[in-house]
Design a protein around this ligand. Structure first.
Ligand SMILES: CC(C)(COP(=O)(O)OP(=O)(O)OC[C@H]1O[C@@H](n2cnc3c(N)ncnc32)[C@H](O)[C@@H]1OP(=O)(O)O)[C@@H](O)C(=O)NCCC(=O)NCCS
Length: 183
């Protein structure tokens, strides 16, 4: 069985990242090559997709260009209809991305923002890029009229859990359930 954890936080303001509530679990070295101050966030463009595919492949070990094309068709619309596909841009090259959308009444919940994916290129980690991406998507959710953001993550992904916890997200009210479907 695969376990997942559901985290959520209340979006307080459109201008700032959610308040940090916990410290990182361990001291880590800062990345030597990244110029994180030069990174800006913006909506994804079709030409960004090769970089997105490469970052995802570096994290997961699998290149999925067709999958990312279909994600772009659904979310790469410049933030329409509560859908957001944002990238962290350093001098025209994508170094990270985040994807999410506002969903209405899923699981009986009032409309809220969901973050489905976040990835930062290894050389650009630990420099605030992930926090900037999350702040940007939360600002978009707030503009879309919601005050809560949620995400799901694998229980063993302690890196992503540490990141979301550091940004103020905590366990939410839902429990993930699953079962194998016999043929
Ligand atoms: C999680 C991730 C997005 C964080 O991006 P990042 O740019 O390094 O994050 P930030 O620099 O903004 O870090 C913000 C906070 O997160 C926490 N954090 C980030 N990386 C951490 C690590 N390696 N260990 C512990 N805490 C960490 C820290 O509290 C950090 O704040 P601090 O630097 O002041 O201590 C990035 O590590 C990543 O892409 N990991 C792989 C993601 C993945 O598995 N995606 C697939 C599932 S969606």
């Amino acid at each position: 069985m695969i376990f997942v954890i559901l985290c959520e936080t209340t979006i307080v303001t459109t201008a700032t990242a959610p308040a940090k509530r916990s410290r990182a679990p361990a001291r880590r070295a800062r990345p030597p090559r990244a110029d994180a101050d030069a990174v800006t966030t913006r909506p994804a463009r079709r030409g960004d997709l090769p970089h997105v595919v490469a970052i995802d492949a570096a994290v997961t070990g699998i290149a999925k260009p067709s999958y990312w094309q279909s994600v772009f068709r659904r979310y790469g619309n410049g933030g329409q209809a509560g859908r957001q596909f944002l990238v962290a841009d350093a001098g025209g090259r994508v170094r990270g991305f985040i994807i999410g959308e506002v969903r209405d009444w899923e699981f009986g919940s009032p409309p809220c923002g969901w973050v489905f994916a976040i990835d930062v290129e290894p050389d650009y980690r630990l420099a605030g890029v992930g926090a900037r991406l999350l702040a940007a998507i939360c600002a978009g959710f707030r503009r879309a009229g919601v005050t809560k953001v949620r995400t799901l993550l694998a229980r063993e992904n302690t890196l992503v859990l540490s990141f979301f916890r550091s940004q103020g997200m905590m366990a939410g009210p839902f429990i993930p359930l699953e079962m194998d479907l016999e043929s």
